[in-house]
Design a protein around this ligand. Structure first.
Ligand SMILES: Cc1ncc(COP(=O)(O)O)c(C=O)c1O
Length: 478
């Protein structure tokens, strides 16, 4: 009975899963990029806010100084160390920028932390459709679209969020977007979670630093080598952000026990980047360029290049979005085959299909060769098909109540296949990349039901839907 309730003696399922992964040598094209930080002794540093070690939420000593040095490097007036990822920075920023009912422009390629910010703040989103790539993922927000939304939204928006780079490495034209939002008296928050490295090499896309943004976040754990979930929130004071309010929000969305190993890694990464950031990313760029050259020799797999994007968008050369459309393999199938048969881990995969592989500074040269060889093998092993047509973009749902009103309303579960016409009480987002397809408060269209059912049948996993053969969704009980 005891074993039935408590499991086998000595059972440590998560430890065993992680140990099992680490036991074999694997090529890793995913974040985090743990290379800049010496990483052997972290438990020793697992201290707490002792005398002399400062306080994260009222810093006036070592943490204050470390944050000041980070602000100087990232060209900000203030930098805040985040121990709950960029997510915490985004939520606190949205809440600092908007009061209940105030309008914020939100492109549809935003991460779910923006939705959490909407729920936390009570802000009213005005959604901007984002053009889709023929490969089935969103590109980014165009300046002309932002301009007309800024002009057309009544009452005028308090803030605009831009996610750049996107999960697929597609970058928006930040300086122009900043000029547009400043012209409308609106603050710009840039979610640069995946682009912390842009500042360190001129061949990388233009960073949020220096673009005119008011606030921006970098997941230092994703591309800079800090421990998960260490991140930076940067503030440039241009009179559009109430700093006191921002600082009041940050402790509300983070743990009250800040992990010192994470804080330390944020300090060490900053120091290492200051000394040799350019060299670190020079090497990474060379590795990525080599892999891109080798991928051009494949017949079915292609790698997204900047010149395939509409002119106004940039591309992070370190993110390889590899796609195919004439092989009988979906994105998730290729990811699984790479994992199982070739010991290669990629960041994500999807559609019919593509995968995203991240080149980080510490990637061994043989990893690129292993990836190209594995894909070459797959294109020979699997049946070739006539090229498929790109999926139709999702229709933009109607927002019938604010996300906060929706999550606070009574709700009931209904089978997804019967949910058309209802209002979603939950955020529905594929994992990864965690970009909501439905926000709480949005109407569920028949087309949305069909698309979600089809994706679930292919094995996709969603936050906000129960995983079963009869998936359910919570809708507003009116
Ligand atoms: C675009 C984007 N923004 C924000 C986040 C959240 O970052 P973090 O994991 O540091 O909280 C993610 C996470 O994947 C993301 O993809």
């Amino acid at each position: 009975m005891k074993f039935h309730t408590y499991g086998q003696e000595g059972e440590r399922p998560l430890w065993e899963a992680v140990e099992g992964q680490l036991r074999e040598k694997r090529h890793r094209f995913h974040v985090p990029a743990h290379r800049a930080v010496p990483g052997e002794y972290w438990p020793r540093f697992d201290l707490t806010e002792l005398p002399g070690l400062d306080q994260l939420f009222a810093p006036d000593g070592a943490i204050a100084r470390a944050q000041e040095l980070a602000a100087a490097l990232f060209q900000a007036d203030r930098t805040y160390f985040l121990v709950n990822g960029s997510s915490a920075g985004v939520i606190a920023s949205v809440a600092a920028l908007c009061r209940p009912g105030e309008v914020i422009l939100v492109p549809r390629n935003c991460h779910r932390s923006v939705a959490a910010g909407l729920i936390f703040s009570g802000a009213r989103p005005c959604f901007l459709p984002v053009p889709e790539s023929p490969l089935g993922f969103p590109l980014n927000v165009a300046v002309s679209q932002a301009r007309s939304a800024l002009a057309g939204s009544k009452p005028g928006p308090k803030a605009m969020v831009v996610t750049s780079p996107s999960y697929w490495g597609v970058c928006a034209r930040l300086a122009d977007l900043a000029a547009e939002s400043a012209g409308a008296g609106c603050a710009l928050l840039v979610d640069e979670a995946h682009g912390g490295h842009f500042l360190f090499h001129p061949e990388l896309p233009a960073p949020a630093a220096g673009s005119g943004a008011d606030l921006w976040v970098n997941s230092a754990h994703k591309t800079l080598g800090a421990l998960t979930p260490g991140a930076y929130l940067h503030l440039k004071e241009r009179g559009r952000v109430d700093r006191e309010r921002l600082e009041a929000m940050l402790p509300l969305v983070q743990t009250s026990s800040p992990p010192y190993p994470v804080l330390l890694s944020l300090d060490l990464v900053r120091e290492a980047l200051q000394r040799r950031g350019r060299q670190v990313f020079e090497e990474a760029l060379e590795k990525a360029a080599r892999i891109r050259r080798q991928l051009r020799e494949l017949r079915r797999f292609r790698c997204l290049e900047a010149d395939q994007l509409p002119e106004e968008f940039g591309l992070d050369p370190l993110r390889l979005t590899i796609y195919w459309n004439d092989l009988d393999l979906a994105g998730e199938e290729v990811q699984f085959l790479l994992h199982k048969e070739y010991r290669i881990e990629v960041e994500m995969a999807g559609g019919k299909g593509y995968l995203v592989a991240v080149v980080h500074p510490g990637l061994p040269a043989e990893a690129g060769e292993a990836l190209v060889a594995a894909l070459k093998d797959l294109e020979q092993r699997y049946r070739h098909l006539a090229p498929g047509s790109p999926p139709a973009p999702y229709p933009l749902p109607r927002l019938l109540m604010t996300p906060r009103e929706a999550v606070q309303s009574p709700s009931r579960p209904v089978p997804l296949r019967e949910a058309a016409g209802e209002i979603s009480a939950r955020l529905v987002a594929p994992l990864p990349p965690g970009i909501p397809l439905l926000y709480p408060g949005e109407e569920i269209s028949p087309e949305m039901v069909r698309r979600l059912m089809a994706e679930l049948e292919k094995g996709a996993r969603y936050q906000g839907l129960t995983a079963s053969s009869q998936p359910e969704i919570h809708v507003i009980a009116l």
